[in-house]
Design a protein. Structure first.
Length: 384
């Protein structure tokens, strides 16, 4: 501790510029109780760092954009920073940072080391499993982004004690998405969509794991019954041409719109009548939480953490993954659902997101965790 404050280091693999989904949570941690410093393995952007601008200490282990998976001098440099700054809690995010952070934290004598796992399949090969057996067992707590991620960690890492894993969840800026919602007519005009359309939308990188293939197949079926249906896809990826060709081959190409990267996601959600996440595998998706907070009716597959966001189907419709027929039926049901029933579900979804996945909730969870760790340290000291 320093000046009566708990010293926390948030450790990330790389700095690539400001990330709005993270920044409010880190800056929201009580500065009267905690001093937060930020450490990055690499610096990948010349953009200003908002944490430095806010007066926090920031360290870059190297300003090279690439760093080998295993480089001994990095462990020593990181350990030196941790020891000099007298870190009480090292909170490492993502695989590479967890490896470097856990080893350096032990070298520096950091009292508490946290490993934050942000997605599914982080034990996907033998090398990862062996590293996890060595590294994750040394962490004091393992933080999972959602219950599905927690179960995935337990399933693939039997050497880890279940009580060490905490479902910390994920969060969004609820008030940002739930208030000052852009005009739907203007949003549709921006994206070139007829105002009287029934608009389905999805967002995410265009890749097999996101399941857009099944969404387009389902949309082709739904379009036959919903004449004014349109489909918006926000995101970039290697499957764009393949998905575009699929839509054309199914006869719905003129109604499927690939928007690439979208800067204003509030406007994107506003243009939609229904947001769909057709993923085959998923952690705890922010896009679905953002859409629900925006007051858009949601459909998702039963993959990963999607049911957690939709409260097991009480806050939207759930369908099996990789099932275009079931998804098409859900799309048709949504388009024909009575307004009162739909609005009741939308309101329930907004309440669920606000109470479980807002930044304010996440900040309280993190502070409660940090407090419990420090209290544990104090209790141990009293024993002696």
């Amino acid at each position: 501790m320093r000046n009566g404050k708990i010293i926390v280091a948030r450790f990330w693999p790389k700095f690539g510029g400001d990330i709005p989904s993270r920044t409010p949570v880190i800056l929201g941690i009580n500065p009267e109780k905690y001093e937060t410093i930020t450490i990055y393995l690499t610096k990948n952007s010349p953009n200003p760092n908002i944490f430095e601008q806010k007066g926090q200490k920031v360290f870059y282990i190297t300003e090279n954009s690439q760093l080998p998976f295993f480089k001994p001098p990095v462990f020593l440099k990181l350990a030196s920073i941790l020891k000099k700054e007298r870190i009480d809690i090292l909170h490492s995010h993502k695989h590479k940072s967890v490896i470097y952070g856990t080893v350096a934290g032990k070298l520096a004598g950091v009292p508490f080391i946290l490993a934050h796992i942000h997605g599914m399949g982080r034990s996907r090969n033998l090398r990862r499993k062996l590293l996890n057996r060595f590294i994750l067992t040394k962490a004091d707590r393992i933080l999972a982004v959602g219950n599905a991620v927690k179960e995935d960690i337990l399933k693939n890492n039997p050497s880890i004690k279940p009580e060490k894993i905490i479902n910390l969840g994920n969060s969004i800026d609820y008030d940002f998405f739930a208030s000052n919602i852009p005009n739907k007519s203007n949003a549709r005009k921006k994206f070139g969509i007829p105002e009287k359309s029934f608009v389905f939308a999805t967002a995410g990188r265009l890749s097999p794991t996101k399941g857009q293939q099944y969404l387009i197949e389902a949309f082709a079926q739904a379009k036959k019954q919903i004449n004014n249906a349109e489909l918006l896809l926000a995101g970039t990826g290697k499957l764009k041409n393949e998905l575009d060709n699929l839509a054309s081959g199914l006869g719905c190409g003129s109604s499927v719109h690939f928007l690439d990267h979208v800067d204003d996601m509030r406007q994107f959600y506003s243009a939609a009548d229904c947001f769909i996440l057709p993923s085959v595998a998923e952690g705890l998706p922010r896009s679905l939480a953002e859409a629900a907070a925006s007051g858009i009716f949601c459909i998702g597959t039963n993959a990963g953490g999607i049911p957690e966001i939709l409260n097991n189907g009480s806050c939207g419709l759930l369908v099996p993954a990789k099932n275009a027929n079931a998804l098409a039926q859900a799309m048709f049901k949504t388009a024909n659902m009575p307004s009162q029933e739909k609005n009741t579900i939308i309101s329930a979804a907004q309440k669920h997101i606000k109470e479980n996945f807002s930044h304010n909730v996440m900040i309280k969870k993190i502070e409660t965790l940090y407090d419990a760790l420090v209290a544990q340290k104090v209790d141990k000291c009293r024993e002696y």
